[in-house]
Design a protein around this ligand. Sequence first.
Ligand code: SAH
Length: 230
Amino acid sequence: MKNTSSKHKHMIEVIESELKYTRSMIGRDRFSPRVMEAMKKVPRDKFVPEDLKFLAFDNGPVPIGHGQTISQPYIVALMTDLLELEPDHVVLEVGTGSGYQTAILSQLCKQVYSIEVIADLSEAAEARFKNLGYSNIETRVGNGYQGWPEHAPYDGIIVTAAAAYIPEALKEQLKPGAKMVIPVGLPHMHQELMLVEKDRQGEINVSPILGVAFVPLVETPATDTNDTAH
Ligand code: SAH
């Protein structure tokens, strides 16, 4: 039986070898050393349910309850790398889920704001951040289609569920020169990971990166007046 640290090390090797197959699609054959450091540091086993810990370091999605999944590590690394984060950046994440992607982001920037529509998942993620000592994360229960205008504009936005279209509010909350990564497409249909860039003049450019399979970004009824920030 492999121990936790050798399984974690293997996960990193698998991400690096998967890059060989995808480099022509994603236009790069390596992720930044900062991103790979964060992937090495954040303990993925602390973000999956107790009975599925044996899957924690596999390069695949893992169910986290409520029909949701923690994303595949390779995709987490790719999406993070595409954002090209700097230590002074403020980032918005839509779809906190387990909080794993949030934790990776928190290693690479100044502050992460993360929205989750399912209160139970948001609370569980919040508890993990406290336990693990990640203090530059603020979470909120709400509908990510509207973004989080109070802290906008952002140096980067990441959406970890597939949207039917790129939400207007998220485009607005992006700083000029900043990037957003978002899977676009319908459930069980073709979805494409998109890189959305707002140029210095405020023009939006969208480039497809890779075919992906994400849970849907749900359009919840207008209950946002009951949103709670943690
Ligand atoms: N980044 C997460 C992935 C979770 S899956 C992780 O690393 O674990 C996507 C998450 O998006 C789910 O938890 C789902 O509940 C959430 N979600 C779906 N629609 C949403 C919406 N409109 N606003 C905010 N979160 C949403």
